[in-house]
Design a protein around this ligand. Structure first.
Ligand SMILES: Cc1cc2nc3c(=O)[nH]c(=O)nc-3n(C[C@H](O)[C@H](O)[C@H](O)COP(=O)(O)O)c2cc1C
Length: 375
């Protein structure tokens, strides 16, 4: 019987399904619900020292639906990080760890470009018992105006410096969460790992505009008739997330063996998770999927991932982590491989061609006849 249990950066998880930072980890109540439903770990909604500067608007989500089935497959949000006071969060972290001491609670943190602030937030979260950190260097809306989030994540030099500040004081494992709004995700990922981060989480949301209402001519989501570009998530982003995870995994394999990846972006099923793991993820995170379907989806995800493992006779996640990376190559190499395969096929065909009557065989009789018809 295969097992989903895994140890990542020293953290013992019953399964690789992690609640991604966002509404599904927004207070102690919902984090408890996630543990009760057996999620492998929870990353809280991103917290900062001074929540008074965080002011959200409504509506802050816009959804893209299939033209044929009404199913939601794309999701834009213009939600900021948590608007809840840091002291309240510290109390809740403590309550959660008291109630679920064996469960992994990961604090998603974000601060301005200020060494003292980053080190203070790490120290105070560690005091109340969080198990590890995810550095949110990636929120695409609202916060870049305060030089936070994606403003840091898009600049490898700043990223390396900020990750370095955190790594000077952190006693717990640290993952740096990447923005996908860059040309080469390896660059910020490499910078974070060079600074000493244990792992990379990829991806945050993709900068987007959901659409324009053709009656009002106003872009969506419309707040008093206006909008601002937001972050795109859900099923539609999975191919982009998989590509970026693959690129980070190839880089880690060559330059930082042993560092870890938490894959995120459109994961809704056990099959999605299997794909992320085949491309090098140690864990997978789910955010929008929980907002669409609720915390219980994890039961089916676990069941389906186990069924996949049984089908391929994999006993542990390590048995297939990164397995499919070997099948990526350049386009020029695809052309070469195809030319070789075609030449081999033609040679085989020729071998079957009859030049004397004693060469007819029962196995390939029809093919041999065909070859003689074509000349
Ligand atoms: C409504 C909403 C709020 C989010 N808030 C945060 C956040 O506070 N911090 C963060 O690091 N990521 C945040 N995210 C990004 C998700 O954690 C995740 O990276 C992204 O949505 C892609 O995964 P998904 O398709 O499973 O949602 C948010 C996403 C959504 C949809």
């Amino acid at each position: 019987m295969p097992t989903l249990a895994t140890t990542v950066d020293g953290l013992k998880l019953p399964n690789p399904f992690v609640i991604g930072s966002g509404p599904p980890g927004t207070n102690a109540n919902v984090i408890g619900k996630a543990f009760d439903e057996d999620w492998g770990a929870v990353i809280c909604k991103t917290v900062s020292l001074d929540a008074s500067k965080v002011v959200n608007v409504q509506p802050r989500y816009a959804r893209l639906r299939s033209r044929v089935s009404d199913e939601v497959y794309g999701w834009e949000n213009i939600e900021l990080i948590s608007d809840r006071p840091f002291d309240v969060w510290l109390d809740e972290f403590k309550q959660i760890k008291d109630k679920y001491p064996e469960r992994i609670l990961i604090a998603s943190i974000m601060e301005e470009y200020n060494e003292g602030a980053w080190q203070e937030i790490v120290g105070r979260c560690e005091e109340v018992g969080v198990d590890s950190f995810e550095l949110n260097m990636s929120c695409p809306h609202g916060l870049p105006e305060r030089r936070m989030g994606a403003a840091m994540g898009e600049n490898p030099e700043i990223l390396e410096e900020v990750c370095g500040w955190v790594m000077k004081v952190a006693k717990k494992p640290v993952w740096a969460k990447m923005t996908p709004n860059v040309t080469h995700i390896e660059d910020p990922a490499r910078a974070s790992l060079r600074a000493g981060c244990h792992g990379i989480a990829a991806i945050n949301t993709i900068r987007s505009v959901m659409g324009v209402d053709l009656k009002t001519l106003r872009p969506e989501p419309s707040v008093e008739g206006y909008t601002t570009p937001g972050g795109y998530s859900c099923q539609a982003v999975k191919p982009i997330a998989l590509r970026m995870v693959m690129e980070v995994a190839q880089m880690i394999k060559k330059e930082f063996p042993g560092r870890t990846i938490s894959g995120i972006g459109g994961v809704e099923t056990g099959a999605d998770a299997a794909e992320f793991i085949l491309l090098g993820s140690d864990t997978v995170q789910v955010c929008t999927g929980v907002m669409k379907e609720g915390y219980r989806i994890v039961a089916k995800m676990k069941e389906d991932l186990l069924a996949f493992m049984e089908q391929h006779k994999f006993e542990t996640l390590a048995d297939f982590k990164g397995h499919s990376l070997q099948f990526f190559t350049t386009h020029a190499d695809l052309v070469r491989r195809q030319a070789e395969a075609r030449a081999a096929k033609q040679a085989a065909h020729k071998q079957k061609a009859i030049t004397a009557d004693n060469q007819w065989d029962g196995e390939d009789f029809v093919k041999q006849t065909d070859a003689l018809a074509r000349g």
